[in-house]
Design a binder for this molecule. Structure first.
Ligand code: ATP
Length: 246
């Protein structure tokens, strides 16, 4: 790994499930320290794409490198440098916040301290609370704490703020901004244009399993000749924006 190499390279990814071709042809390159958003309507192929990048799904076709590592071949090494927060977290409901954090910290040689993690995601007051007693927003925030416990250089965040109220969403943005300011590379799946415009250097618009546009929010607005990223999304994908899709 050297510092000039891109954090993520995905070339011509394709993935079919029995009924659907979820990803037809997706290429994506994320530079080290960059934050890139992946947006698209339900079923556009966002989750399948990031799960392949995270090594959780095997592509039918294409090549992936994360910090120069092959997600399948170099699985153990990748786990030390990549943090993943997925849509559905399968966590033990009866465990308390600190027990879960300490469990995840134990996977890494030089984890962040429990206090720092809880502070970063504003769960210090809930440290003794069982997972099942946390609100939806608190559960989401905990899942980020677990994803960053090992000081990953790259994080993948899938629908981080879906289902959260505006206040909880803004808090979550603060956590992502802090990661970016520390130089962590962020790949963020989202439904919200306001969110990616605020947090991401560049945005990939996916539709029907393909990247239809990939650029800075400003360049996408210019390309689409629209005043807002919402309108640019509609113009470039031909799809309507979904309501707060939970
Ligand atoms: N495990 C699976 N088995 C079969 N089909 C699947 C599976 N996962 C996803 N699909 C299908 O693949 C397509 C792409 O799904 P994917 O979850 O990647 O899209 P997405 O853009 O992340 O959507 P969402 O915003 O709803 O999460 C959809 O048609 C979906 O129904």
């Amino acid at each position: 790994m050297n510092s000039s190499e891109p954090a993520i390279v995905a070339e011509n990814l394709a993935k079919s499930y029995r009924r659907a071709q979820a990803v037809v042809d997706v290429s994506l390159r994320v530079e080290a320290g960059e934050a890139v958003g992946v947006v698209g309507v339900n079923g556009a192929g966002k989750t399948t794409t990031v799960e392949m990048i995270a090594g959780l799904r095997v592509p039918d076709h294409g090549r992936i490198r994360v910090l120069g590592l092959d997600p399948r071949r170099d699985r153990a090494q990748l786990r030390q440098v990549l943090g993943v927060q997925l849509q559905q977290a399968y966590l033990h409901h009866a465990l308390r916040v600190t027990e879960l954090v300490d469990l995840y910290r134990s996977f890494y040689p030089d984890p962040r301290s429990t206090d720092e993690l809880l502070d970063m995601v504003e769960l210090t007051d809930q440290r003794r609370t069982r997972f099942e007693k946390l609100s939806g927003g608190q559960q989401q925030r905990l899942s980020i704490a677990l994803a960053i416990a090992g000081r990953p250089r790259v994080v993948i965040l899938d629908e981080l703020t879906t289902g959260l109220d505006p206040k909880a969403r803004r808090r979550m943005w603060g956590t992502v901004e802090r990661l970016s300011s520390e130089g962590v590379t962020v790949l963020l799946v989202s439904h919200f244009m306001e969110e990616v415009e605020r947090l991401c250097d560049r945005v990939a618009m996916l539709d029907a399993g393909r990247v239809v546009a990939l650029d800075t929010p400003a360049a996408l607005r210019t390309l689409a000749r629209t005043a807002t990223l919402d309108d640019a999304f509609v113009a470039l994908t031909g799809r309507q924006l979904e309501e707060d899709a939970a």
